[in-house]
Write a protein of this length. Structure first.
Length: 122
């Protein structure tokens, strides 16, 4: 049975919640990196690291921030695509792209941008 109107509204609400959360996370990452210099972020007293491990830690932190921003951006793109699918063809929203079966409503509440039912994924 396809999603009911009430279920679609609930999924739409969840998509908007997740979108707002992703935007907040991205904005926080951008703000944090814009506010502080690398020296400030690392709490270094000097611009010259005392140990090569300090350089490694600073690099790792920067790469982790970039990775988190990339992951969140991709998630935001998935959310926007899901909203587009929902608005464009609401009766088809929640149909698995792999199997053509319905995605369980419980799955859509957890991952409202899900494109697949999760059964065929490995």
């Amino acid at each position: 049975m396809p999603l009911t109107d009430t279920q679609r509204q609930e999924v739409e609400r969840r998509l908007h919640e997740e979108r707002a959360s992703a935007l907040r996370a991205l904005n926080r990452l951008v703000d944090e990196s814009a506010e502080a210099s690398e020296q400030d972020r690392a709490s270094d007293l000097s611009a010259v690291p005392f140990h090569t491990a300090d350089l490694g830690t600073d690099t790792m932190d920067a790469e982790l921030d970039a990775s988190n921003a990339t992951r969140t951006s991709r998630e935001l793109n998935e959310i926007d695509a899901a909203l587009e699918r929902l608005y464009k063809n609401p009766k088809q929203f929640g149909i698995c792209e792999n199997t053509g079966e319905e995605i369980k409503f419980e799955r859509l509440l957890i991952i409202p941008w899900a494109r697949t039912c999760g059964e065929a994924e490995a």
